[in-house]
Design a protein around this ligand. Sequence first.
Ligand SMILES: NC(=O)c1ccc[n+]([C@@H]2O[C@H](COP(=O)([O-])OP(=O)(O)OC[C@H]3O[C@@H](n4cnc5c(N)ncnc54)[C@H](OP(=O)(O)O)[C@@H]3O)[C@@H](O)[C@H]2O)c1
Length: 299
Amino acid sequence: MTAIGSTTLVLAGTGKTGRRVVAGLEARDVPVRVGSRRADPPFDWEDESTWEPALRGVDAAYAAYYPDAAFPGAARDVGAFAEVAVRCGVRHLVLLADRGSAEAERCEQAVRDSGAEWTVVRVGFITQNFSEAFLADLVRAGTIALPAGDVAEPFTDAEDIADVAVAALTEGGHAGQVHEITGPRLLTFADAVGELSEATGREIRYFPVTREQFLSSLIGRGVSAEYATRLADLMVEVFDGRRAHVTDTVERVLGRPPRDFAEYARDTAATGVWGRPPLSPPAKPDVFGKPEHRSTVPT
Ligand SMILES: NC(=O)c1ccc[n+]([C@@H]2O[C@H](COP(=O)([O-])OP(=O)(O)OC[C@H]3O[C@@H](n4cnc5c(N)ncnc54)[C@H](OP(=O)(O)O)[C@@H]3O)[C@@H](O)[C@H]2O)c1
């Protein structure tokens, strides 16, 4: 729990969960330092000389690793960061970790071993990947291909993750706890994409693909071979059914139910981030594969 008036460093403070943690802490009048390469002072996981200046005067930290706590080498960096943090006087570390990943478990252990009070916020696939990450372009394009077969995943909303992290950072009773957070329902990717279709009024399709097909599509879209390989390996590692169960953590910690995927899809579609729905049903291709002429003005 953060002492009154002391500063909390929020790593990935411009990202999906971090910026919501920043907003949640500010709403409680907790002084916040945004951890970002663009902040002043900057924080860069790849430049250890930035860590100490970012940690100076900080009492607690939300530790979200980049690129991913499940990627090889993450535990080494998280352990080194935790060591510097404790040396700088940080008393409480709240780690964001991936459910069901061996490397993320090593990150958790590194934080436990640091000597600071710790809380782990363990999550699976973050719902906002569909609107605030690389999948947003695929939703707009109408085709989502992932090596996730027909596995069920309890898509987890970044709002719930941030609210639990803020509770851990500002209230007593969270030290030494692993908060494993899920959404309220299991959905396959086909189910989730179907709900996105319904919310947007546009046809969006899901194609299960192999690791190799996914890898070559990422590389084809300009993603580095190293990052693409790690992401493909992570998806194959975790999308085998090991995360196909829901928890009651959000209800237990926050006293309210987790946000449902359908609510996310409806609210996010209304922002226009995926484009506006068509005014009339999409044109069916004619026998030559060209769209039939159809007026877009509703009659
Ligand atoms: N996405 C998921 O579904 C998911 C699931 C489970 C766990 N997680 C965990 O969530 C964490 C964040 O991943 P995310 O994919 O959700 O990304 P994100 O937090 O939405 O965005 C990445 C953040 O990292 C920062 N960043 C990028 N490069 C950095 C660097 N070299 N040093 C410091 N900060 C850097 C970016 O800030 P600037 O560009 O401003 O520096 C941005 O705030 C990871 O540790 C991952 O293990 C994610």
